[in-house]
Design a protein around this ligand. Structure first.
Ligand SMILES: [Ca+2]
Ligand SMILES: [Ca+2]
Length: 235
């Protein structure tokens, strides 16, 4: 009888010990996961306030380019990948930059068509995001997805768009948004603005002559604007 009583006590004690261990283990895992999340959030906070991800199908050999203009008029592109507080991770040129030779002489292809822009700080005013078909090699239309997210204090979606680029030179404004003095995002719209032409003019001369009635940014002049006398003053 005493032996059975002792056995029951030991079993109960083991059950309690197991429960305590399970509780401690669960608490440890929760703390570990939270630490990992905090670490990731701090890492995100340190590297990007806004992230812009542009992707197109990995089997399409087209070169799509991303352009971002900041409120001060600085223009980020493949020809200026680190501008102000903006950075482009790489100029993805379709398959051209996906195939490389390893040290042992083997050719390897890493399929993927993606460009990522990060804004590591925010400037008050309007940002403009364009995508352009820089080099068209495939016969099919190219669907391009653009996701723009504000990363802090938590990840929030600013815009998610899908546009179709059909021919070389197609240049589409996929999003404009305004950063307020408090760091909030307002006035999200798709009013078109020609950024690729401006970039080409500033870096390569004037390969794409501006149509009459447009300023150097590619924006149409308001009605009544006199290009010969833009100030409107009497001469
Ligand atoms: Ca590109
Ligand atoms: Ca690629």
């Amino acid at each position: 009888m005493n032996l059975k009583y002792a056995h029951d006590n030991i079993t109960t004690l083991l059950d309690i010990v197991c429960c305590v261990l399970i509780v401690y283990f669960a608490a440890f895992m929760v703390a570990f996961i939270q630490m990992a999340i905090d670490k990731q959030e701090k890492k995100t906070e340190a590297h990007a306030e806004i992230q812009i991800v542009v992707t197109w199908p990995e089997d399409v050999n087209d070169d799509v380019d991303t352009y971002v203009e900041d409120p001060s008029g600085r223009l980020l592109s493949f020809s200026g990948q680190d501008v102000g507080l903006m950075a482009l991770d790489r100029d993805d040129r379709g398959r051209m930059t996906d195939i490389f030779m390893t040290a042992d002489g083997r050719w390897v292809e890493y399929k993927g068509n993606r460009e990522i822009v990060t804004l590591r700080g925010l400037e008050k005013g309007e940002y403009c995001v364009n995508v352009q078909m820089f080099s068209k090699r495939s016969d099919e239309d190219c669907p391009v997805q653009i996701v723009i997210e504000k990363m802090n204090p938590r990840v929030t979606l600013i815009a998610q768009e899908m546009v179709i680029l059909k021919t070389m030179g197609d240049d589409i404004t996929v999003c404009r948004f305004t950063v307020t003095i408090d760091g909030n995002i307002t006035n999200v719209n798709r009013l078109q603005k020609d950024l690729a032409r401006r970039n080409a003019q500033s870096h390569f001369g004037n390969p794409y002559p501006l149509p009459s009635g447009h300023d150097s940014f590619g924006n149409p002049y308001p009605s009544g604007h006199d290009e010969e006398n833009p100030s409107g003053e009497d001469e």
